[in-house]
Design a protein around this ligand. Structure first.
Ligand code: 5GP
Ligand code: MN
Ligand code: MN
Ligand code: MN
Length: 294
């Protein structure tokens, strides 16, 4: 299949505090948050939704309103959506996310979302909770949220009419035996082996090794080596994660390759809360061009 490409078809990354007005309705705007840990005050924390166009909307005719509604804004959440995965905490986060004005809300779990890892929770619940929660109820809240909420647990979602393929996974390398923790080496390697080669946007809770993965405590890079190896093969256009709160930021990596396809990956550590679990980091926004970039 041939696609037309031009030099302007680059993914553009912005921080929520300053989003430019250049998006056309053919682009897809993604708004990334992560590690919100039930710390979001809905009235204070701004999740941008192409505000520019909404401003535009109020000052022009109804005719244009239709065009504006066609913008495919998507919000993504890269896990640790709760403090400790209690049913009420899951409900609280899902209610917040599902009521955002974005068309799709693509979310994954993280190591703190304990009940969403049902097998883990059945064995370990009393390490974390005084009373046992019902993991099935928590999972149902997410799966049946509706209103554009898409929950990815080692699976893909392709944005309808856009063909942008997103794959998401909650797994991270073992650290104090939390939910969705896997041993470095064989276990995680098999997990990452499932990521389809065709993935355009990858979402995992944790970073790959040596990319926005430096911990404040020890200064170590604690990202997953096996994930990095898989990423070198797939070269997704964007990789969104969180987990290492203090490594919030964006990094672009150009691949040494003679291929015509997939020349670089933009890595986004979207951790919304800081190392003190304060929701101080702005959502990271990127605009995905009408055709896939190089
Ligand atoms: P969380 O508990 O929210 O998953 O992670 C919170 C913090 O724990 C991170 O910001 C990071 O400082 C630390 N942390 C998480 N995973 C690891 C890990 O695998 N190794 C180390 N050394 N620290 C981690
Ligand atoms: Mn976290
Ligand atoms: Mn923790
Ligand atoms: Mn985490």
């Amino acid at each position: 299949m041939s696609r037309t490409r031009s030099i302007s078809q680059e993914i553009l990354v912005h921080f929520a505090s300053k989003i430019p007005e250049k998006l056309s309705s053919k682009w897809t705007r993604f708004v990334c948050v992560s590690d919100t840990h039930n710390k979001i005050d809905r009235d204070k924390y701004q999740v941008p939704n192409g505000d520019v166009f909404r401003k535009y909307l109020t000052s022009i005719s109804l005719q244009k309103k239709f065009l504006i509604l066609m913008i495919f804004n998507t919000v993504v959440h890269a896990g640790d959506m709760t403090g400790l995965g209690k049913v009420e905490q899951v409900r609280d986060t899902v209610n917040w996310i599902k009521n955002l004005p974005h068309k799709y809300k693509v979310i994954i779990a993280g190591n703190h979302d304990l009940t969403l890892d049902e097998t883990f929770y059945e064995k370990n619940w009393n390490r974390f909770h005084y009373n046992k929660e019902d993991p099935k109820e928590a999972i149902n809240i997410i799966k049946n949220a509706g209103n554009g909420v898409v929950y990815l647990n080692e699976e893909s979602f392709t944005i309808p009419d856009k063909g942008i393929q997103i794959w998401g996974s909650p797994w991270t390398p073992e650290f104090y035996e939390w939910a969705f923790n896997g041993q470095r080496g064989q276990c995680l390697k098999e997990k990452w082996g499932q990521i389809p080669q065709t993935t355009h946007i990858l979402m995992t809770h944790g970073p790959p090794y040596n990319i926005l993965d430096k911990t404040h405590h020890s200064g170590e890079n604690v990202g997953c080596e096996d994930l990095l190896e898989r990423i070198k093969v797939i070269k997704p256009y964007v990789h969104i994660f969180g987990h290492i709160h203090e490594a919030y930021g964006v990094l672009e990596k150009t691949w040494e390759s003679t291929d015509q396809d997939r020349k670089k990956t933009i890595f986004i550590n979207a951790s919304t809360t800081t190392i003190e679990y304060e929701p101080e980091n702005a959502a990271v926004v990127f605009d995905y061009p009408p055709t896939h970039p190089l």
